[in-house]
Design a protein around this ligand. Structure first.
Ligand code: PLP
Length: 420
């Protein structure tokens, strides 16, 4: 059963309650390898489900536009102080509704429409909001994109520098959604400085690794740090913008009143709770555990002949190019989901296939690490992935069904926060 219990909801709206219960069970029975997902703690879940959702608080602590902020102010201040302490930053804004609006606020803070932004191309592993053509950030600003080298699958910082010198962006984004390797913040900072650009480190995927000391920190290199709070950081759905004191006013003004109205106070409280968890030594073990699991899984997949972009991983993320396995990403992802292994199909760099039917799979180990799986289970997970991909190629539904049963059996030994 969902934990905390949803008995009132079940009585008032059995239709929604039934779907929520079924989703909790689904999360309990699946090996969840979607790189942007996690399991939040029951404490974080409880914070998101509080009366704070009833309150309007436009503005910032001490300068609100509505009365009755006696308790919201200290909650938001606690979230800010914890963010500053966990990441070692001078300024934090915890109000962005999610990662995409957080990034849009950065444009509003530093760019006029039509000015130039540079970010990683979406098919190479960047995010839509780093100036990709279909995004508002690519339509309202002039954007130039860097990628990865074909031979290494890694960012070529010489290419980034040449592009920056030629195009003179005012804003440079580093970070992305499908980057299996460490981001070289000092090198990006040097390039940004050389061309007079503001460097934004978008650490949405790796924030938990940074907080737990399992990935180098962008602090001291990037003027602005953008992150979601719900990926490896293991908080509620939300986002934060962090910066040096120099940019604090511009960031705050861009978030409110520039882009948003009232902050989601229940989310703010849950962010504070998650940051409290992230300040504990056990969070460092979790962060290092994520990387250890990803590297063990990468090694086991490589042994089974899977072709990993860049040859492996430094973080939580693995990108598989399935071309040599004779199957595309989408049918493989769908078969794996039936086998109880949840992940997403993904483009790989220089993908000859279409984005909606690409060649790759993206995997991440944050959720399974939270669940308690360790490196000793990774060879088994790789075996199941391998057998499912073969079964999908042979229309062998019986094998897929057998694996789904085995997955359920394994996971029964690992409690899930949010489920009792
Ligand atoms: C997930 C992500 C975002 C966007 O976050 P949403 O909360 O989905 O809007 C932005 N940037 C990067 C690098 C991300 O991975």
């Amino acid at each position: 059963m969902h934990q905390p219990a949803i008995t009132e909801l079940a009585a008032a709206d059995p239709e929604i309650a039934g779907l929520v219960e079924a989703e909790a069970k689904r999360q309990y029975e699946k090996i969840r390898l979607i790189a942007s997902e996690n399991y939040v703690s029951t404490a974080v879940l409880e914070a998101t489900g509080t009366v704070l959702t009833n309150k309007y608080s436009e503005g910032y602590a001490g300068k609100r536009y509505y009365e009755g902020q006696q308790l919201v102010d200290p909650i938001e201040t606690l979230a800010i102080e914890r963010a500053k302490s966990v990441f070692g930053v001078e300024h934090a804004n915890v109000q962005p509704y999610s990662g995409s609006p957080a990034n849009l606020a950065v444009y509003l803070a530093f760019l006029q429409p039509g000015e130039t932004v540079m970010g990683m191309a979406l098919p190479a592993g960047g995010h839509l909001t780093h100036g990709w053509s279909v995004s508002a950030t690519g339509k309202w600003f002039r954007s130039v994109a860097y990628g990865v080298r074909k031979d290494t699958g890694r960012i070529d910082l010489d290419e980034v520098r040449e592009l920056a010198l030629a195009e003179r962006p005012k804003l440079i984004f580093c970070g992305g959604t499908a980057i299996p390797r460490t981001i070289d913040f000092p090198a990006f900072a040097e390039i940004a400085q050389e061309v007079g650009a503001v460097l934004v480190a978008d650490i949405a995927h790796i924030a938990g690794l940074v907080a737990g000391g399992a990935h180098p920190s962008p602090v001291g290199h990037a003027a602005v740090i953008s992150t979601t709070t719900h990926k490896t950081l293991r908080g509620p759905r939300g986002a934060m913008l962090m910066s040096t004191e120099e940019h604090a006013k511009a960031i705050d003004k861009a978030v409110f009143p520039g882009l948003q109205g009232g902050p989601h106070n229940h989310t703010t409280a849950a962010i504070a709770v998650a940051l409290g968890e992230a300040s504990k030594p056990s969070f460092g073990e979790y962060a290092h555990g994520i990387v250890a699991n990803a590297q063990a899984l990468a090694a086991a997949l490589t042994e089974r002949g899977f072709d990993l972009v860049s040859g492996g991983t430094d973080n939580h993320l693995i990108l598989i190019d399935l071309t040599n396995k004779g199957i595309a990403g989408k049918p493989a992802a769908k078969a794996l989901d039936r086998a109880g292994i949840e992940l997403n199909y993904n483009t790989v760099p220089f993908d000859p296939r279409k984005p909606f039917d690409p060649s790759g799979l993206r995997l991440g180990t944050a959720a399974i690490t939270t669940r308690g799986l360790g490196t000793e289970q990774m060879p088994k997970v790789a075996e199941w992935i391998d057998q499912t991909v073969q079964a999908a190629n042979n229309d062998d539904e019986a094998t897929i069904e057998r694996i789904a049963g085995e997955v359920k059996e394994l996971l029964a030994g690992y409690p899930m926060p949010g489920w009792n």
